[in-house]
Design a protein around this ligand. Structure first.
Ligand code: OGA
Ligand code: MN
Length: 283
C-alpha cells in the first residue's frame, strides 16, 4: 500500500495515511512522504500512536536530528534523547509548570507565528509533532503557507524585500512576552541571518519568511524593520493561507519549516497538554 493524501485546503496541508510510521520506512515510503511534503508542506497522520523510539527512527529518515534550544535549557530533565523536545506545560514529575516561570514562558512563546529554530544557524527542515495528552478545549495548532503568501505579495513589497537579510534571535519573542534575560545570556546565543525571500531547495518555490524571531533587518532601522516584518506577517497569515489542526490523541503532524509558519493556540494552562517534537536539519 502506498501513501494516500487527502488535501485539507487547496494545495496546502493534507491528511496522510497508507504508511505505518512506526515501521522502518522503505526508500519508496520515504520518497512518497518527501513528495507529499513538497506538495502540501504539512501532513497530518491520524492515530499514528507513535512511541518516542519510533519517532526518532522516523525522523532520522529525513535528515540529521536537531538538538533544540528547549532541550539545552531544560538540563537533565525530559527524555533521554536530546532531540526529543517536550512541548508541554508539565514537569517530568507530573506537576503543571509554574505560571510565572521561564519554562512555561518559553512554551507560551510557541503561540507566536514562528518557524522552528529560525534563530539557529542550521536550517530546520521538517518538524514531527506527536500528541500524547490534550486539554479538553483549545490548544489547536495553526499553519500558514509562505509559498502562497509570497505569490500574492503586492509587487512593491516583493521589490522592497528582494535581497534583504533578517537577523533572528532566540530571545526576541520571549522578551516581547516580558521574560527577562541578562546581557550575558543574550550574548551567549548568537543570532542567525536569513533572507526575507527564500527558495525551497527541491521545489524551487519562493517564500516570504517573516517569523517572530526576527529582531532586525540588515541596513534598516529597527522601527522600519519591525513594521515591515509585521506587515509581511499580517499578509502571510491571512485566513486564506492558513488552516487549523484540532489535535486528537495519537496524531502526528509533519511540517516543512522552510515554507510554513505555525503557532499554538491558547488553552487552559492548568490542564496538562503534552506533545513531543523532533526537528530535522537540512544538509
Ligand atoms: C512546536 C510548536 C505548537 C503547539 O512544537 O514547535 O510550535 O501547538 N507547537 O504546540
Ligand atoms: Mn514550533
Amino acid at each position: 500500500m502506498g501513501i494516500k493524501l487527502k488535501p485539507i485546503t487547496n494545495g496546502f496541508g493534507a491528511y496522510a495515511s497508507g504508511i505505518n510510521l512506526s515501521d522502518k520506512l522503505s526508500k519508496k515510503a520515504t520518497d512518497e512522504i518527501e513528495a507529499g511534503m513538497d506538495r502540501y508542506a504539512v501532513l497530518v497522520w491520524r492515530e499514528s500512536d507513535i512511541s518516542d523510539d519510533a519517532l526518532v527512527n522516523l525522523a532520522e529518515r529525513f535528515g540529521k536530528l536537531e538538538i533544540s534550544f528547549l532541550s539545552k535549557v531544560r538540563g537533565k530533565s525530559g527524555p533521554d534523547n536530546k532531540s526529543l523536545v517536550p512541548i508541554s506545560n508539565v514537569e517530568d514529575n507530573g506537576q503543571i509548570l509554574k505560571r510565572d516561570g521561564r519554562r512555561l514562558g518559553s512554551q507560551i512563546a510557541n503561540q507566536f507565528w514562528h518557524s522552528d529554530s529560525s534563530f539557529m544557524r542550521s536550517v530546520a527542515k521538517y518538524s514531527f509533532l506527536s500528541a500524547r495528552i490534550l486539554p479538553n478545549e483549545g490548544g489547536d495548532t495553526e499553519f500558514a503557507d509562505l509559498r502562497a503568501a509570497y505569490e500574492t505579495l503586492p509587487n512593491d513589497l516583493k521589490i522592497l524585500i528582494d535581497g534583504l537579510v533578517a537577523e533572528h534571535h532566540v530571545f526576541h519573542s520571549r522578551m516581547a512576552l516580558g521574560l527577562i534575560y541578562t546581557p550575558e545570556e543574550i550574548a551567549a546565543s548568537p543570532p542567525a541571518y536569513w533572507p526575507l525571500v527564500r527558495i525551497h531547495p527541491s521545489t524551487k518555490r519562493k517564500v516570504v519568511f517573516p517569523p517572530v524571531h526576527i529582531r532586525s533587518i540588515n541596513g534598516m532601522s529597527d522601527p522600519e524593520a519591525r513594521l515591515l516584518v509585521t506587515e509581511l506577517l499580517e499578509h502571510s497569515t491571512q485566513k486564506c493561507f492558513c488552516f487549523t489542526h484540532k489535535w486528537e490523541k495519537g496524531d502526528l503532524v509533519i511540517w516543512d519549516n522552510r515554507v510554513t509558519l505555525h503557532r499554538g493556540k491558547r488553552y487552559n494552562l492548568n490542564e496538562p497538554r503534552i506533545l513531543r517534537r523532533i526537528t530535522t536539519m537540512q544538509p
